[in-house]
Structure formats: C-alpha cells, structure tokens
Design a protein around this ligand. Structure first.
Ligand code: ZN
Length: 440
C-alpha cells in the first residue's frame, strides 16, 4: 500500500518534533519506505492523503478495559469518602459483577473507543474475580478482533481470598504460556501492595522469574497504600517490591503519586516505568504525581476512557497549574513515553514513521487555522488536535478505522449489545455483598 502526500508528524524527541511532507510504502505490517514522490507499483493500492497530518499510533500505558461498561452507571447509595471507599463501593463491586460476556463486551467497546481516539496499543490491567479462567483470552480475542495491539495481565490480589488469588496466578501463567501473538503480549499483574500478602508477593516474584514476563502494579496511588506498607511490613513500597524481585526493566508502576524521590530513584535505576494517569488522580482526589524526575514515564487513562489525547491535554494543564515551565515538553515526553515502552515490550521501533517502523499510524482530518510545522506541533497537539480529528487508524498495516468508521467490527452492533449488558452488570453490582476490604 502507498500513502501519498502525507504530512508526517513525529513527536520524538519532544524538544524537536518533526513535521515533513512525504509518502509511505507499507508492506506486511511494516513501513518499508518513506520519501517524497514515491512511484506507485503496479497493483499497489494507493491512497491520496492531500496533505493530511499522519502521527504514529498512540499508546495508552495503563488502563482497565473492564471499566468500559461503567460509563454512566449509578453511583453508590452512600457517597464514598476517600480512595479506599471508592474502591470498595465502586470498582471492587464492578469487577466482581463482571461475567464472561461483560468481559468480552468491555474489551470490544473499550478497544473501539481507543481506536476512535487514535490509540493503537493499550496496556491493560484486568480484573474479573467472578470470571477469572480464560478472561485474558477473552480480552485478547476482543482487542484483536477490533485490530489493536495490547499488553495484557491479570491483577492478582488477596482481596477475594486464597482461591481468587490462586486463580489469578493460574490465569496469568496459562496466558503467558500461550506465548505472544503479532498484536498481543502478556505481563504478570498485581493489584497493589495493600491487597497483596507476603506469600502472594513471593509467588508473583516466582512467576516473573519463571516466565520472564514484565510486571505491572499500582503503586502509591493513595497514601493508604504507603501507610499500609509501613504498618504491616515496616518498609516503603519500592523496597517491598524490590525485595520480591519485582523491580525489573519494563516493570510498570502505575501512579506513584506518593513515592519519595529516593524511591523513584531506585525504581528508575532498575529500569522500571512509571505510568502517569492525571485525570484519574484528579477524579479520585488522591494528589498530584510529580513526574519531573522520572524519565521512563508514559501516560495512561486508568480506565477513564480510551482517549490519550484528552489525557495529554489535562496532563499539560495540571502541570501548568503546578507551576511547571516545561509542561509542554514534559507532556510530549510522557505521550511519546508510550512509544518507548511499546518498543521495549514488542522489540520494534514504535513512535517513528521511518522505514522499518511498524505500520501503526493515525491519519488526521485537521484543517488547521494556523501553520503547522516542526516548531509548533506540540502547541497544535495540546490546544487544537483531539479525537474528533481522527479520520483513519492503521495497526500492523491494516485499517482499523477508515474515514471515521471502524471497519474491523460492527461498532454500532457492539455498542447496542453493550447498552443491553451494562444495566444487567450494574444490577449485579447492587446485589453483591459488601467487599471485605484490604485489611480482611
Ligand atoms: Zn489502574
């Protein structure tokens, strides 16, 4: 396939984004040539872009597809006070109410939402305590059906008893044993330190050893996680994870809102990644995560939606409010951090549109009211371009969205099924007994 007359816009390095006219030749899931004025070969499909901006496909470094059916659900009877009550009354009810059908529909609806936002890869942290076995395969099938890449894990926890814990570990082992597919990778997942016993942490460390898979966990999202770790284990969160061999290259620490600078230094020195989720942190009122000193960091939506451009805009504004003069460059660094993380997980050069890069890209329909060039791409991304400008999305050389329509699945049929399943899910949530909470 030949894409002609594109305005190729790459964001890395964040201090000097590149915007240049050119054509792309795509063969077998890879960009094989990039140059202006490429001649079409006989029988080659040629698509004329007439100067439309093209970005590398965007990456969501931390999300929960299982929350896709939560949009618009009724709130708990008693409004939650604080982070733990938000988990107990909302999210730990939602995940326990998920059945196989809801997991699959959440995966489909969440992946469609991501694709329509220009996201080509989602790093997911999954929980469905009442439907654990096979849940990662159900998610993989859903996301692959939509045509996106994903990195999946099951969030192992002790909050549903030893049986739930063992099923989570077994699902992780089973899924990882299946090996990667062209679009999907696996990780080992843990919920968060405050719902993981020493024995479970040990088993997670052993599973990471056994499989060689990277680890993905929530860390210091709220002060409750920090306090629990000191109270029960007389140590800090990063030290606890390190003690179980869980601080490794490509380990993803989500949030890190309340980590000390010294803990961030240790995590960074071990090659860990920080997933920054500013909208979720603001929504849960857990505090502001300063990412200033952490270079291996990327943006996530934490299940709010699939829209990483919206996340980037809020990230930028929150940084400005916190007084950061380099907010624009820092936000682009986080947005492109997703590409660097993807490159580490898939061992392919994501984030460029050069020959050899995966053919994961976003074509925008962005009639800019002002000039768009190298020097002001960041300004257009943070003040102008949003998901409404996403015209087409390609993953591994295959169109997922074309001219604003999802072409891999019948999105309207999926949403129609989801609209029927969601109220059933919400009803099951209200019928569940209260969760026991982290302290048992
Ligand atoms: Zn999360």
């Amino acid at each position: 396939m030949l894409l002609r007359n594109a305005l190729l816009a790459t964001l890395d390095p964040p201090d000097s984004p590149r915007v240049a006219s050119g054509d792309l030749r795509i063969e077998g899931g890879t960009i094989t040539e990039r140059a202006p004025g490429l001649a079409a070969r006989p029988d080659e499909e040629t698509i004329e872009l007439t100067g439309a901006p093209v970005l590398p496909g965007l990456v969501n470094a931390h999300t929960h597809l299982y929350s896709a059916l939560a949009r618009g659900m009724p709130g708990p009877k008693e409004p939650p006070r604080g982070f733990l009550e938000i988990l107990e009354r909302v999210w730990w009810r939602l995940d326990r109410a998920l059945d196989e059908e809801a997991v699959a529909l959440s995966g489909l609806a969440g992946a469609i939402d991501a694709a329509l936002s220009g996201v080509t890869l989602v790093v997911d942290h999954h929980a469905s305590p009442s439907a654990i076995p096979g849940s990662l395969d159900a998610l993989r099938r859903a996301v692959e059906e939509v045509g996106l890449r994903s990195v999946l894990c099951y969030e192992v926890t002790d909050r549903n008893g030893p049986e739930g814990r063992d099923l989570g570990l077994e699902e992780s082992r089973r899924f990882l044993a299946g090996g990667p597919t062209p679009l999907t990778r696996g990780m080992v997942g843990g919920h968060a330190s405050f719902t993981l016993s020493e024995e479970t942490m040990e088993r997670l460390g052993a599973l990471v050893d056994e499989t060689g898979a990277p680890f993905h966990i929530h860390v210091a999202e709220d002060t409750a996680d920090v306090e629990d770790c000191w109270e029960r284990y007389d140590t800090g969160l990063v030290q606890r994870l390190g003690g179980h061999g869980l601080l490794r290259p490509s380990t993803i620490l989500a949030h890190g809102v309340h980590l000390e600078a010294s803990e961030l230094d240790v995590a960074q020195s071990r090659g860990c990644w920080l997933a920054h989720n500013p909208r979720s942190n603001m929504n849960n009122d857990v505090g502001y995560a300063s990412t200033d000193a952490f270079r291996q960091a990327a943006l996530g939506t934490d299940g709010m939606d699939g829209d990483i451009l919206a996340e980037a805009r809020v990230c930028f504004l929150r940084m400005r409010e916190a007084g950061r003069d380099d907010a624009m460059e820092a936000t682009l660094h986080l947005l492109t951090g997703g590409h660097r993380l993807a490159a580490a997980l898939f061992e392919r050069p994501f984030g460029t549109l050069d020959a050899g890069a995966p053919a994961d890209l976003v074509v925008l329909d962005y009639p800019s009211p002002t000039p768009l060039h190298d020097g002001n791409l960041a300004g257009h991304l943070l003040f102008g371009i949003d998901r409404s400008h996403v015209r087409s999305v390609m993953v591994e050389g295959r169109w997922v969205v074309l001219d604003r329509s999802v072409v891999t699945v019948d999105a309207e049929a999926v949403f129609a099924r989801a609209r029927e399943a969601a109220p059933r899910l919400w009803r099951r949530m209200t019928e569940l007994a209260p969760t026991r909470g982290p302290a048992g």
